[in-house]
Design a protein around this ligand. Structure first.
Ligand code: 5GP
Ligand code: ZN
Length: 114
């Protein structure tokens, strides 16, 4: 989508602080980090929300998690622990409508989340 911020990152029109990239996934640091490590993993193809996933997107979601696992190790938080999450729509706290998996680590996470 031409007016989507994360599509512009996926297509190289805007250059975020990239920590991971392969054919289908881009990982970059969140501009407003909520933890010492806060990385967003996005599919390069535009998908707005979790509600828009199709059955054939299952492998893509797996790739996002495998990328998160790799970045967690790369960033040194794999053993200490980390949190991954998708926000969906208003009540979920989603603000950017291009699917993204948050990877948060480097501090104690609280439960339940606010
Ligand atoms: P959401 O609330 O949609 O789950 O998360 C969107 C995330 O994108 C937020 O954590 C926000 O800080 C991050 N974000 C918004 N704009 C930018 C940007 O221009 N660059 C980067 N790197 N992150 C952004
Ligand atoms: Zn997009």
């Amino acid at each position: 989508m031409s007016d989507c911020l994360f599509c512009k990152m996926a297509h190289g029109e805007i250059k975020p602080d990239v920590v991971y990239e392969d054919d289908t996934v881009l990982g970059f640091r969140d501009i407003n980090p909520q933890a010492p490590v806060h990385v967003l993993l996005i599919p390069k193809r535009h998908i707005s929300t979790l509600n828009d996933l199709e059955a054939e997107d299952g492998a893509l979601i797996g790739k996002l998690y495998l990328a998160a696992k790799r970045v967690a190790a790369q960033e040194g938080v794999a053993e200490g622990g980390y949190r991954t999450l998708f926000n969906c729509n208003g009540d979920g706290g989603q603000e950017v409508f291009h699917l993204h998996l948050h990877l948060l680590g480097g501090r104690q996470m609280r439960w339940p989340p606010g």
